[in-house]
Ligand binder design. Sequence first.
Ligand code: 3PY
Ligand code: MG
Length: 254
Amino acid sequence: MFNTRLFRQWEAGKTATNSFLCIPHAWVTEVMSRQDWDSLTLDMQHGLLDYTSALAMLQAISTSDKTALVRLRWNDPSHIMQMLDAGAEGLICPSLETAAETAAFVKACRYPPEGIRSFGPMRAQLRSDQDYRETANRRVLTFAMIETREALRQVAEIAAVPGLDGLFIGPYDLSISLGLERLADIHYPPLREAIEAVRTVAQSHDLRTGIFTGKAAFVTELMDWGFDLVCFGTDQQFLQAGVVEGAATFRQKH
Ligand code: 3PY
Ligand code: MG
């Protein structure tokens, strides 16, 4: 089941690229899967997806070489296990604030003895060339989102949770939680310092670092900054930008 493109980037010491999927349609996902990123993330938190559309979208990603990640709607074990059984290769859990919450997230992703994941990897084991149960505990990626003031305060404890693979910064929520005037602006010193603090903790615990941005202008900077996973934009954002440009061509005539 594991599509290794993202892992190959990391093994080569490179940033893995990614974009978010919010439109609940497999064909849109297929179009996104044909582009040159290493992975895609189904956004179950803010995207308009339900389980049925998510399943079809995971199938659409499987027609490509992209690694399929899911941003969970919340830290809920039944949702976590459903997404993994449907074939998610890694999960990004929103709004974690404590080590206990993070440990619960990681345990829900791991089979015993490391965790409490129940066995029934339906679609996940279909594409596995090895015993899925053997590999899943090692290969399913777990990213804890750091996107509140409280998470920032407790980031060292969160990072120390056994089995966690990475910290993922949500710069929009983090800016709001910190009361910053500028939203998700990585050039704004208070946000920049918060991001760097998370990165430093991640590095000291040998964790991967991920971040989302909606701004094309920030992408190369984030890659140069050393993030392991840089997620840029959403299918809706790209559709909207294309449509705005397309419609504007008519107006040029008047
Ligand atoms: C945030 O910036 O808050 C996010 O959740 C980005 O995905
Ligand atoms: Mg967020």
